[in-house]
Design a protein around this ligand. Structure first.
Ligand code: ADP
Length: 267
């Protein structure tokens, strides 16, 4: 049995081909046309696995842009998919922290793997990857460089709570001669603080798995992992956790029901 999961995020679109293990994956920028991007990333993941579309038993979509995908068999929320994906990678996961391009969320996972509760920030860019993208734009560095520069540097304090004001504050700090390293460290600290505050609003249990593109920043991982006093897992490829979860939902449904028409009917 082979299934596919496609996660059409606000910033990046991800696909995973799954056969009980992760067979292949692909990540591309979402761009302006999520429908076309969803199709492109699916074909890229198939190509990476050396498979054809007809080899795939069922395709499940997730992410904000899942509604635009016309070729999928089932749509599932990203909350469910992140919990599924995280539990597959780290079976003892009880809390998922996800920081994506335009939202961040904390998901409490019950002992049986189902979603017990969640909290989401989709109102304020300051706790999301968008914040990092805006700030690296001002510093004229890449996201990877931001991680390197932040590492081991003493953070300058960034007081503005809003991305737009933080942008002006950073321009001011640069004008005062504050180093990019100190500012990078301050940016990372700001986003980590936002996440710690969001996490405090939900009952957060051992063990925690960190997913989403922002988990590619090693410094944020260091700050968060030392903040919770719980086992803290970081996926090798944190961006594909949602797509992986979607592929697993497809895999479980197909195994239970035996054909994709049955899966479509339970949507
Ligand atoms: P979405 O599903 O909302 O599109 P993703 O989980 O795919 O979000 O993550 C996208 C975000 O990941 C981007 O906004 C970007 O800021 C962040 N990101 C990607 N790579 C890195 C990196 N190396 N360091 C920090 N952030 C990163």
């Amino acid at each position: 049995m082979i299934t596919a999961g496609i996660d059409v995020g606000s910033t990046a679109t991800k696909a995973v081909i799954f056969d009980g293990t992760i067979r292949s994956m692909a990540i591309i920028p979402t761009g302006w046309n999520p429908k076309e991007t969803g199709r492109t990333v699916f074909l890229e993941a198939l190509n990476n696995a050396g498979l054809q579309e007809r080899d795939v038993d069922t395709v499940v979509g997730t992410g904000y842009g899942r509604v635009s995908l016309s070729f999928i068999d089932k749509k599932v929320t990203e909350i469910t998919c992140h919990a599924k994906g995280a539990r597959f990678l780290f079976p003892q996961t009880r809390t998922v922290i996800d920081i994506g391009g335009q939202d961040s969320k904390v998901i409490a996972v019950a002992e049986d793997g189902s979603v017990a509760d969640f909290i989401m920030n989709d109102k304020c860019a300051a706790g999301t990857g968008r914040f990092l993208q805006v700030m690296t734009g001002i510093l004229d560095i890449s996201l990877d460089e931001l991680g390197q520069m932040a590492s081991g540097s003493k953070p300058v304090s960034i007081n503005s709570m809003c991305t737009v004001f933080a942008e002006s504050e950073i321009i001011g700090l640069l004008a005062q001669g504050v180093t990019k390293e100190a500012i990078s460290s301050g940016i990372v600290q700001t986003i980590a603080n936002k996440m710690i505050s969001l996490t405090s609003k939900i009952s957060c249990l051992e063990e925690i798995t960190f997913s989403g593109g922002v988990a590619n920043n090693p410094e944020i991982c260091v700050i968060l992992s030392s903040s919770f006093g719980a086992k803290f897992n970081i996926a090798n490829q944190p961006q594909i956790v949602g797509a992986l979860g979607a592929a697993i939902v497809g895999f479980e449904n197909y195994r239970e029901r035996g054909n994709k028409d049955a899966i479509r009917n339970v949507m």
